[in-house]
Design a binder for this molecule. Structure first.
Ligand code: UDP
Ligand code: MG
Length: 317
């Protein structure tokens, strides 16, 4: 069976189209399927529409959050309750075309455990496209794992991968990163991202910033190391300053001629300040290193992920 998880936040305008298009596409797969609609605390008719759809077709199921928890949490809840052998994640707004899903299923049947979508083209404004492009490139350069460029949450995951995601207790979830982290055989499929079929964008600027921060902070300790790097740089200048101060005392005349007359105590004070600043930054960096370790422990991700075993009892793994 295939589960399709769809987070919906105030999506009353697109839901009828989604029901029609996804339903029509799903009938062509020749597979058993369920659709799990997660209403992320909508204030419009979203939940009523989901209930109506469920009444029409039992395979469409719904979860209604008591308030808005955000897209990533809604996806995580969907993954939690999905029963399929494969789980598809897609947006409600039809930017991820349901007509493409048969390609994902074909790749899955070919033995790929994660099939993720790469956005070849987007139909958003220039600024937003540029922001997305640079974000994925910055994240890739900072992250400690390989995160594919320009791929969002639109994907298909095998049950094995879904179980790994469910075993991760971390709370600030960046699902596309966790999906890469899990490993397994992953394949990327290019598609053209459509414009939203109806309604307004639900991802506010604030939510996008939060998502970007979650991505960087959950998969990189580089920002914590910044203090160390800065500390060493500042200390280096302090040492340079100390050398200059000593030379200045020895070659007073020459320094006066080039415009650096000897001012008692000034350079020594300045150098001391720089040096202390450097030492403090390095100490902050050391604390940062430990903080990074603590953060890693607290995230409590599994130490390894297993695709298959030979000769081990299933329930001992
Ligand atoms: N969404 C959600 N909770 C939120 C914001 C968005 O569940 O707090 C859902 C929304 O209904 C849609 C998907 O997340 O199905 C993507 O949102 P949107 O299309 O507004 O964002 P974008 O296309 O810009 O990523
Ligand atoms: Mg969208």
């Amino acid at each position: 069976m295939i589960s399709i998880v769809i987070p919906c936040y105030n999506e009353e305008e697109v839901l009828p189209q989604l029901f029609a298009r996804l339903g029509a596409a799903a009938e062509t797969w020749g597979e058993e399927y369920e659709v799990l609609l997660v209403d992320d605390g909508s204030r419009d008719a979203t939940w009523r529409l989901i209930l109506e759809q469920h009444a029409r077709d039992e395979r469409w199921r719904g979860i209604s959050f008591a308030r808005n928890f955000g897209h990533q949490t809604a996806i995580s809840a969907g993954i939690h309750y999905a029963r399929g052998d494969a789980v598809i994640l897609m947006d409600a707004d039809l930017q991820d075309p349901p007509e493409q899903l048969h390609r994902f299923i074909a790749e899955w049947k070919d033995g790929n455990e994660v099939v993720y979508a790469i956005r070849a083209t987007r139909k958003e404004n220039l600024l937003k496209r540029a922001a997305y492009k640079s974000f994925y490139r910055i994240l890739r350069s900072l992250a400690s794992i390989e995160i594919p460029l320009d791929s969002g949450d639109f994907c298909l995951m095998d049950r094995k991968v879904v179980d790994v995601l469910k075993a991760m207790p971390e709370r600030n979830r960046f699902v596309r990163g966790l999906r890469s982290w899990a490993g397994f055989r992953q394949a990327g499929l290019e598609y053209n991202r459509d414009a939203r079929a109806a309604g307004e964008v639900k991802y506010t600027f604030r939510k996008l910033i939060k998502l970007a921060l979650d991505g960087v902070v959950s998969f990189s300790t580089t920002p914590l190391r910044l203090a160390t790097y800065l500390g060493f740089a500042v200390s280096f200048f302090a040492l340079l300053g100390a050398a200059v101060t000593i030379l200045q005392r020895i070659f007073v005349d020459w320094f006066t001629r080039i415009g650096f007359p000897y001012v008692p105590g000034f350079y020594a004070l300045f150098t001391g300040m720089l040096f202390l600043g450097g030492v403090q930054l390095i100490c902050l960096g050391i604390i940062g290193e430990y903080l990074g370790r603590i953060f890693d422990e607290v995230k409590g991700r599994p130490l390894w992920t297993i695709r298959e075993t030979a000769g081990l009892e299933k329930d001992t793994v």
